[in-house]
Design a protein around this ligand. Sequence first.
Ligand SMILES: [Zn+2]
Length: 210
Amino acid sequence: MTWPNIVITPGHTRQSPGAINKTYGLSEHEITKSIIEKVADSYIRKDRRKAGYNLIAFTPNYTHRTYGDCLRAKFNDINEMNPSLILEFHFNAVASDEVVGSEMVSAPDMASRKFAKYMMREFASYHKLLAPDNKARRLFLPRRVVTPQDLGRDIFILDSAKYPTNIVEFSFLSTDVIARQFMDRVFVTELAWHIEDSLFDYARHNLLGD
Ligand SMILES: [Zn+2]
C-alpha cells in the first residue's frame, strides 16, 4: 500500500524571491524555505514516518531562464509526486490599517477549501504563540479563506491544480515588526512544530483510512 503524500514548498525562487523587507534585507523565499525545513525536521523528530503518510519538503532550485518556466517545472515535478495535499508558503507584502492578518488562498475544489478552513482555525492557536503585548500579534491574526477568483487574480499553482492545493499567506513581510518576529529562530521553530502538528492531525482524520 502506498502512503498519501503531503507536499510543502516555499513560494517563489532564489532568483525571484517575492516580497522583501528592506530594513532587514529579508526575502519571502528565504523565510518560507526556513519554515519548511523546520516543519520537515519536526516530522522526523516526532517519528511521524510511522504515521502512514509522507511529508515531502520540496525546495527545488531551478535554473530556468524565466520565473514562469520555474513555476511550470515545479508544478510538473509536484504532480509527479501524486500528492494528496499541496501547501505552498508565502508572505503578503504591505499591511494597512484595514488589512491585517494571515490568510489561506485555496484552489476552488471542495478538498482544498476544506483544508483551508481547517488551517484558518489552526491559525488561532499559532496566534497565541505571541504574547498579548507583542506588536506582531495583531498582524498575525487569522483573517480569511479566499480563492484566486475572489481575489480577481491568476495564481498559477492554484489555477492549474490537479490535486488539493493551498497557499498560506503569513502576515506582512514589509512590516518590520513581522520581519523581526520571523528572524527569531525560537519563534520560527515553535511555529513550524505547530504547523507540523496541524498537518499530522489533518492527515490522520482526512487522508488515512481506518
Ligand atoms: Zn508570495
